[in-house]
Design a protein around this ligand. Structure first.
Ligand code: F6P
Length: 531
């Protein structure tokens, strides 16, 4: 049994340090150190990361760096990049970094050079994107493709969905990309109602090709297309259904043509799969050149993460500050505040990345972690959020750290908007940190709410790649410190099994073994479903 991180001298030193720092207000910390912004901010490859509004001092960073050393984060990072089986419970590597690598070769400890297949996959994506975007690939009646529907869920949905919205300014003007994920027919049905079957391409994205939601939606979409195409059904299926998966056999059995099959390997974790062919709908939207710029941005962040010293390492600092807030200041939430409407899906994307990866309390050997792990991640695009839940951040009494994200320039230059947006972003971080006390208890804001601010020059494929890779590495570095495996998700299995068991009770009223509450709910639903 390995030692829990909480039993290390570095953790204990941080516990003692936190006792002295916790009573301090950010107002005091700024008053004590006029150089605070210079000391606690860094610029890397055009991104600015300001963490001076975190409740830390120079000793905090030194002790957190000791913690990273004690946990051998560097060793873990090196093993992940090298293709070691860091996903121990599933006996796999986690090589999402290879997907954006420009290296000529990467030979894993198992002796396989993964790069030839990575390059081949990129080339196939490029050929397909060119064919669709140029109008060469046509539907069953000869119409060019005008709409793409990506059917997937979780990691097979959120990454490309988030990035397609983020990069809408770079998108093909005549190609509409839709994302359908929910089992609820209210997701797929309205999308189909507005589409022309002659010019619609479906992409079924599922690593396992067994996911209930995705298969249900894919079957309904296939029925819709086959019904509409009539005698030309074979051509429709061959031309207008693509699959992205690590389970080629199932996709072929579903009816996807071999030429429209885009495979990726099991060493690509679902929530780390944006860089694989799971990004195909995004690549269709922005073109393969744009997609490769995003890969290049991510690779730039990979290099920074691997090479920069801890105190100048953006993802590692994000990881350490997160652990400081969660485990030493008792702040178990993380509010994600992009002041960019284009990044409106980022909070949901990061919810899966962070909470499905690190929402765990056991280490790989089954022993308890012994400390809190992933925060409760939520958020939304500012400034809308100021008119929703920010009141609670200012006066609700909870300690809730925030990540603010903003871009210096906008791609939608309506005069006057962007300056106001940026002023609001900075004002919120300032208000949260310093608060106000004008003697009126109802108006007073206590402040002392920590935040970090990440500034991008502009939202482009390259900077989006940097941003997303930074968050991926934050999550992995935290997992390495807590001693958990960020690449499995056993907790989501139980609900899937119970749903399968309960289905007959909803469908036909069959008696199933369950608790009285669930049985009562199922019976009520059954009674109220009949016309
Ligand atoms: O929610 C569980 C999960 O396995 C996620 O990890 C994954 O991203 C999602 O389901 C979809 O899985 P698949 O790509 O295999 O359909």
């Amino acid at each position: 049994m390995t030692r829990s991180i909480a039993d290390t001298p570095a953790w204990q030193a941080l516990t003692r340090h936190a006792a002295t720092l916790r009573p301090k207000h950010l107002r005091d910390l700024f008053a004590e150190d006029r150089e605070r912004f210079a000391r606690f901010s860094l610029e890397t490859d055009g991104l600015l990361f300001d963490y001076s509004k975190q409740r830390i001092d120079a000793q905090t960073i030194a002790l957190l760096a000791d913690l990273a050393t004690e946990a051998d984060v560097r060793g873990w990072i090196a093993r992940m990049f090298a293709g070691d089986a860091v996903n121990g419970s599933e006996g796999r590597a986690a090589l999402h970094t290879a997907l954006r690598s420009s290296a000529a070769s990467l030979v894993t400890p198992a002796g396989e050079d993964v790069m030839p297949a990575v390059r081949d996959s990129r080339q196939r994506m490029r050929d397909f994107c060119d064919a669709v975007r140029s109008g060469r690939l046509r539907g069953y009646s000869g119409e060019p493709i005008r709409a793409v529907v990506n059917i997937g869920i979780g990691g097979s949905d959120l990454g490309p969905r988030m990035a397609t919205a983020a990069l809408a300014a770079f998108a093909h003007p005549a190609l509409r990309i839709h994302y359908v994920s929910n089992l609820d027919a209210a997701d797929l049905a309205p999308v189909l109602e507005n589409l022309d079957p002659r010019s619609t391409l479906f992409i079924v994205a599922s690593k396992t090709f067994t996911t209930l939601e995705t298969l249900a939606n894919a079957k309904s979409a296939r029925d819709w297309l086959l019904t509409a195409s009539g005698d030309a059904a074979d051509a429709a299926m061959a031309q207008q259904f693509a699959a992205v998966t690590a389970n080629a056999g199932e996709a072929l059995r579903f009816g996807v043509a071999p030429g429209k099959l885009f495979e990726f390997r099991d060493w690509v974790g679902g929530r780390f799969s944006l860089w694989s062919p799971v990004g195909l709908p995004l690549a269709l939207a922005i073109g393969m050149d744009g997609f490769e710029q995003m890969l290049a941005g991510a690779e730039r962040m990979d290099r920074h993460f691997r090479d920069a010293p801890t105190e100048r390492n953006l993802p590692l600092l994000m990881a350490l500050l997160g652990i400081w807030n969660i485990d030493f200041l008792g702040a178990w939430n993380l509010s994600i505040s992009p002041y960019t409407q284009s990044l409106r899906w980022l909070p949901e994307y990061l919810q899966q990345l962070d909470m499905e990866s690190n929402g765990k309390s056991r280490r790989p050997d089954g022993t308890p972690v012994g400390v809190h792990t992933a925060p409760v991640v939520w958020g939304g695009a500012g400034s809308n959020t100021q008119h929703a839940y920010f009141q609670l951040l200012h006066q609700g009494g909870w300690l809730i750290p925030s990540d603010f994200i903003a871009c210096a320039a906008s791609d939608y230059p309506l005069a006057g908007h962007h300056e106001k947006l940026l002023a609001n972003c900075l004002a919120q971080a300032e208000a949260l940190a310093f608060g106000s006390d004008n003697g009126d208890p109802l108006r007073a804001c206590p402040g002392n709410q920590p935040s970090s601010t990440l500034l991008l020059p502009r939202l482009t494929p390259f900077t989006l790649g940097q941003l997303v890779a930074a968050y991926e590495h934050k999550v992995c570095a935290q997992a390495a410190i807590w001693g958990i495996n960020p690449f499995d998700q056993w907790g989501v299995e139980l609900g899937k099994q119970l749903a399968a068991r309960l289905l007959p009770a909803i469908e036909s009223g069959a008696a199933v073994a369950t608790d009285p509450s669930t049985a009562g709910l199922a019976a009520w639903l059954r009674r109220h479903r009949s016309p």
